[in-house]
Design a protein around this ligand. Structure first.
Ligand code: FBP
Length: 329
């Protein structure tokens, strides 16, 4: 089962479908392969290291960030189904060039997640989110991009590890495809992924411990206690690449946390192109995602690059940390 066939068969569920949506996902799978080609030879060609640019969040823009950003934009700007795009690496909206047709959909993406790991050859990824436009017509607007995550019509991520994966959900389950380089096709390898209800793996940058609120410190202390009956102590796994940590959590269960702290009260991650698409995926796999209290997908974004704390993973684990943060434990 190739990704292309899976997308087309998924479309047949919608008699009103026009093929636009499939074309969008096809475009993304091509962009994925183009980025993967560059990632796999990163150590051999001059694409490691930094540009002299900082993005709107104050992160150094890596050469591969820039390459991935431009590659996804160029793969998608002419498909004729988008009215606007937005990405982590661009302060403002990415408008569709005038000489290309405008469409009904909105694409938002984090071109390369886990940038700090690029030069160390550790798994990185890309994240995408698709909405229907809400503005009447013509060029897309900020209103089209600042929709709550529950309005997504699809989301997914690309995983650049020792193999490359394309994981997506378009409302009918979460499915993972692995690239078979010998045929250049994504083949279904993980059908209808369901996250375990609970899990004894936690993923957080404990280096920020001193800056956390006491309730968060108590939660981490609790899961590190020795109690076989409740699966404690949990094991710590943290790669520094959100996509990789969430992918593992999706398959093995557990929880990924990026809490707010005294330095970053809203945490480090961005609501619109990191939290929302991953929350959509994890919820559709039976998991949960919140900012510690509010469901991520219910948060109304105010700005494109706003930050939000993220607690995502097995439903029982997200519920547990929320109880601590609410002072109920
Ligand atoms: P970008 O690489 O897209 O900026 O993403 C942010 C990120 O790198 C996540 O992938 C990761 O989980 C987190 O930041 C790591 O942050 P920290 O170094 O503070 O633990």
């Amino acid at each position: 089962m190739t990704l292309e066939r899976h997308i087309s068969e998924g479309e047949r569920i919608h008699p009103e479908a026009t093929g636009e949506f499939s074309a969008l996902l096809h475009g993304l799978s091509l962009a994925a392969k183009l980025v993967w080609r560059e990632v796999t030879k990163a150590g051999l060609v001059n694409i490691l290291g930094k540009t002299d640019r900082m993005n709107v969040s104050g992160d150094e823009v890596k050469k591969l960030d820039e390459f991935a950003d431009e590659t996804i934009f160029k793969a998608m700007d002419h498909v004729g189904h988008l009215c606007v795009m937005a990405s982590e690496e661009n302060e403002d909206l990415l408008q569709i060039p005038d000489h290309y047709p405008q469409g009904r959909y909105v694409l938002i993406y984090d071109p390369l997640d886990g940038s700090s790991n690029i030069d160390a050859n550790i798994t990185i990824g890309s994240i995408f989110s698709i909405y229907r436009r809400v503005s009447p017509g013509g060029k897309g607007t900020m209103e089209d991009v600042l929709q709550p995550g529950c309005k997504q019509v699809a989301a997914g991520y690309l995983l650049f590890g020792f193999s490359m994966m394309f994981v997506y959900c378009a409302g009918h389950g979460v499915h993972g495809f692995t690239l078979d380089p010998s045929v250049g096709e994504f083949l279904l390898s993980h059908e209808s992924i369901r996250i375990p209800h609970r899990g004894s793996i936690y993923s957080v940058n404990e280096g920020n411990h001193a800056r956390w609120q006491p309730a968060m410190q108590r939660y981490i202390h609790f899961i590190k206690q020795d109690d076989k009956a409740t699966g404690r102590p949990y094991s710590l796994r943290y790669t520094g690449s959100l996509v990789a940590d969430v992918h593992r959590t999706l398959l093995y269960g557990g929880i990924y946390c990026y809490p707010g702290d005294t330095k970053n009260p809203s945490g480090k991650l961005r609501l619109v192109y990191e939290d929302n698409p991953l929350a959509y995926i994890v919820e559709n796999a039976g998991g949960a995602a919140s900012d510690g209290g509010v469901r991520i997908l219910d948060i109304q974004p105010e700005t494109l690059h706003q930050h939000s704390p993220l607690f995502i993973g097995s439903p029982d684990e997200v519920k547990l940390v929320e109880e601590f943060l609410a002072g109920k434990r």
